[in-house]
Write a protein that binds this ligand. Structure first.
Ligand code: SF4
Length: 396
């Protein structure tokens, strides 16, 4: 079916979408669901005079409930799901040579589009796994809707993100897989994306006193996440999260303690490299931020002797914590600010008992009751995607 019902924004630049959500809220049949990305909870407080990088998950959820949420779910949950799908894909590339190595991460839509335009010949290196928001969308409208006995066509599915490029991503043609699965036309997987800054502006307009809100908790079924899901917001976080799971699947053993604080991929260097031994296979990894750095890396890689297996690329400096939709009017700026936000996420991960995506009980339940196993036919249809040669957009 057609995938119309396009959100009212026509550019990837910051455009306020919450007035359209307020409009939808006037219809009492609509079911408002918010889904929050990892990096929102360590930056939102900055808009309300709190210390840079303060972890405000509980207040963020309370705010969304006050604004009219029926359910508040966590996109970190789908970060865990992404790790299961992307990690399984990596293992297949490593052990069955199904597709070329290295595998590139695919959760940053600005990077994906950059590769489609400037390096379309590398498309089959991109993981086919959708981003966490790309997985959260269809899973809410199928699995969650069914479990909660709600009509998916009444759901207004909203992602709250640090990222302006996500506004473009949710409008990609392939982001209407729930509708395809359910036989419903004109239904997008995710209906709106609002940024951290937009959420703060909305709250201020409603005169909500953010700092005095009492902590609330995510709703269940898609509200639980591991520490691996938390660190997705940091450059190097996707890599570290994937290694924790891939190592255990490959070796059948617990990830060693150094993979739970994997310093070689942490920090604010724009290109980081390391090697991990997994069952006798030396897995060479690289973690990069900035598309220019990624371009240089690709050119270098084509002629280098060293073989890489897994490469994480994020567009923004330091990863999504430094996304274009994050607060700007902060006490610290640049790397100092980024370091505060990064510490906010790693501290949270460190404080959790649940550190690995595959140990998340809600993820285990999702596979048991719905997707069956990573990369099953259903998972391939809903959670994976394909990429297009967009080099024509260069005008060549
Ligand atoms: Fe968006 Fe930047 Fe994160 Fe990429 S790195 S997903 S552009 S916030």
């Amino acid at each position: 079916g057609q995938c119309a019902n396009v959100c009212p924004v026509s550019s990837i630049h910051e455009t306020y979408e919450y007035p359209f959500i307020q409009e939808d809220m006037k219809n009492s049949d609509k079911i408002i669901i918010f889904n929050t990305s990892p990096s929102v909870r360590i930056a939102l407080g900055e808009e309300f005079g709190m210390e840079d990088g303060t972890f405000v998950e509980g207040k963020m959820i309370a705010l969304l409930r006050k604004l009219g949420a029926k359910y508040v779910l966590d996109t970190n949950f789908s970060a865990d799901l992404t790790i299961l799908e992307e990690g399984t894909e990596l293992i297949r590339r490593l052990t069955k040579q199904t597709k070329p190595l290295p595998q590139f991460t695919s959760c940053c839509p600005a990077w994906v589009k950059y590769l489609e335009i400037y390096h379309p010949e590398m498309r089959n290196h991109l993981s086919t796994a959708k981003s966490p928001i790309g997985m959260q969308g269809p899973t809410v409208k199928t699995y969650f809707a069914k479990k909660m006995n709600i009509d998916p066509t009444q759901i207004v599915n909203i992602a709250v993100t640090p990222c302006t490029a996500k506004k473009y991503e949710i409008k990609r043609e392939e982001m209407c897989d729930a509708g395809k699965y359910l036989g419903i036309d004109n239904m997008r997987d995710m209906d709106y994306v609002i940024t951290t800054r937009e959420l703060a502006k909305w709250a201020k307009e409603e005169n909500i006193d953010f700092t005095s809100l009492k902590d609330s908790k995510f709703d269940s079924l898609m509200g639980e996440a591991s520490g691996a899901g938390v660190i997705f917001g940091n450059s190097g976080g996707v890599m570290e999260a994937a290694l924790r799971t891939a190592y255990e699947i490959m070796t059948g053993e617990s990830a060693p303690i150094n993979l739970l604080t994997y310093t070689p991929v942490r920090g604010l260097d724009d290109v980081k490299e390391a090697s991990v031994d997994m069952n006798g296979i030396t897995v060479n990894i690289a973690v990069i931020f900035g598309t220019k750095n990624a371009s240089q890396f690709i050119e270098k890689m084509k002629t280098a002797d060293k073989k890489y297996h897994f490469v994480e690329v994020m567009t923004c400096p330091g990863g999504c914590i430094g996304g274009g939709g994050q607060p700007k009017d902060t006490k610290y700026q640049g790397d100092l600010l980024r370091a505060k936000r990064i510490a906010g996420l790693y501290n949270r991960d460190q404080s959790m008992n649940l550190r690995k995506s595959h140990d998340n009980p809600e993820i285990q339940q999702l596979y048991k009751d719905f997707y069956q196993e990573p990369m099953s036919d259903l998972a391939e249809n809903m959670l994976h995607t394909t990429y297009i040669d967009r080099s024509k957009e260069l005008g060549k």
